[in-house]
Design a protein around this ligand. Structure first.
Ligand SMILES: Nc1ncnc2c1ncn2[C@@H]1O[C@H](COP(=O)(O)OP(=O)(O)OP(=O)(O)O)[C@@H](O)[C@H]1O
Ligand SMILES: [Mg+2]
Length: 450
């Protein structure tokens, strides 16, 4: 696999004038390759991949620059526009910039911001062009596309690759909405079981008296209402993978049956004593602390040790640094394309609140907010109010508080306001915030809002 180096094309870079100083401070980290024509770019691409480019737009030269970008629209280069004085105020220019570029920067250059965007775009390009296992567009994988370039997510991708090559049990931990199901699918799709079924069962979503028959199936006449034989989820996942979501909610008395499957690879349908051999990989997921559940006698220790032979821990979104805005841009592009809208850039304020917000519902909440922003935003940029984040304290304000303290306050305020809005209706509040009811209860407890 070719290595994607930290190179970027620079159009209009021979005499970048207004931008020369800002760009020179990035030269230690980035190599800028000056290009004048689309042919220069195509020639260079024959020698190796370059995924990024910057276009310096100056008043007289704008149409030439847009012709250059149009001629390269079939490549997967992500362009960043550097707008000379006064250009950001011209609607027609901004419109064309949005057509061709993933982001724009105005004069004078904020090199810190440019450095972050270059890093994001580079990470994104690595995933989409050069790491096809995590971003190829085969239909069934489209769902499990995982975006991230933070060290913790890179570590997670590495674990997925290693784990996919084995057949052992896996325990995936992480707060609600962090992508546990996506990880489980990714492991299955990259494993030798990929042509077999992938089945999920959310133990927290089914009444406990039904879990046994859902998992193991039943024979005709096993209980009142069992009119015919039913195959359970484990049997249905034969030669494939079963994901047991919210494993912590599995009733204690049933846990021993699951242990038997893990030990002997056999199940018994309800109402039958026959043992049926099954060949299933089990991936369990939980957002609770299973070790604590073991200490409190709610979860069998022997099952816990069997389940967590291999482990993937997903960090909460708020701890993923630059991945937060990387994901925001990714979803913005994706939903804009889905809804047939032009993908709008985020305003600088919007990017700041996106980074500062605590995202209690993690990626799922981010998705909900970006979806509604794409649909509702009316201006040229996505603003904090489009994301319903206008009350988030601006991190740059001198509040004398740490980022974590600001997040805690924001989280509490958002919870309080949303509860008030829905007259303390927990289900509607949870839906609005993009979290499960269990997570909402945990948060209410944490902030003493009961
Ligand atoms: N790194 C990521 N890149 C792209 N999309 C992601 C990523 N992580 C999560 N998602 C998306 O976020 C949503 C929530 O993910 P998922 O259902 O896997 O979370 P979960 O941890 O299983 O949540 P829960 O605990 O509530 O069941 C899904 O739509 C998923 O596709
Ligand atoms: Mg899940």
């Amino acid at each position: 696999m070719p290595v994607l180096s930290r190179k970027a094309y620079l159009f209009g870079g021979e005499d970048p004038g207004a931008f020369a100083e800002g760009l020179s401070s990035l030269k230690g980290e980035w190599t800028f390759v000056p290009v004048r024509t689309p042919e220069d770019v195509r020639q260079s691409l024959r020698h190796g991949p370059v995924a990024l480019g910057m276009v310096c737009l100056e008043k007289k030269e704008t149409q030439n620059a847009f012709r250059f970008l149009s001629a390269l629209s079939d490549t997967c280069i992500r362009w960043i526009a550097l707008l000379g004085p006064g250009l950001a105020e011209q609607r027609d220019i901004l419109h064309q910039v949005r057509e061709h570029c993933i982001d724009f920067h105005r004069f004078p250059l904020d090199t810190q911001r440019l450095r972050i965007i270059l890093g994001h775009a580079h990470g994104m390009a690595r995933l989409s062009c050069l790491e096809p296992r995590f971003s190829d567009s085969r239909d069934h994988v489209a769902e499990s596309d995982m975006v991230g370039s933070s060290p913790s997510m890179m570590e997670c991708f590495r674990s997925i690759r290693k784990i996919a090559g084995t057949d052992a049990c896996v325990l995936i931990t992480g707060e609600s909405g962090t992508g546990k199901e996506l990880v489980a699918r990714a492991i299955h799709e990259r494993s030798k079981r990929s042509s077999g079924p992938f089945i999920t069962l959310n133990c927290g979503a089914i009444p406990s008296n039904l879990i046994q028959s859902e998992l193991f199936g039943y024979e005709k006449g096993a209980f009142t209402g069992a009119h015919s034989r039913k195959i359970g989820h484990i049997e249905a996942a034969n030669h494939g993978t079963i994901m047991l979501d919210e494993i912590g909610d599995m009733p204690f008395e049933l846990q021993v049956n699951l242990l038997r499957v893990l030990q002997f690879g056999k199940i018994q349908r309800v109402g039958s004593s026959a043992e049926i051999p099954v060949d299933v990989r089990i991936i369990a997921a939980t957002h609770i602390d299973l070790e604590k559940a073991c200490r409190e006698g709610r979860f069998r220790e022997d099952l816990y040790y069997r389940l967590h032979v291999l482990r993937v821990s997903l960090p909460p979104l708020r701890d993923r640094g630059a991945d937060i805005s990387l994901l925001a841009r990714y979803f913005c592009k994706r939903f804009s394309a889905e809804y047939g809208a032009t993908s709008k850039p985020f305003s600088a304020e919007a990017l700041e609140v996106i980074q500062a917000y605590s995202w209690p519902g993690n990626v799922r909440e981010l998705i909900n907010k970006i979806k509604s922003a794409v649909l509702m935003s009316e201006g040229p940029l996505i603003e904090p109010r489009d994301l319903q984040l206008e009350n988030i304290p601006h991190p740059a304000k001198k509040s004398g508080k740490t980022l974590r303290e600001i997040r805690e306050i924001t989280e509490r305020e958002t919870l309080r306001e949303t509860l008030q809005k829905f007259e303390n209706n927990v289900s509607r509040t949870a839906r609005e915030l993009g979290v499960t009811r269990t997570t909402l209860y945990d948060l209410l407890k944490k902030h003493k809002l009961f």
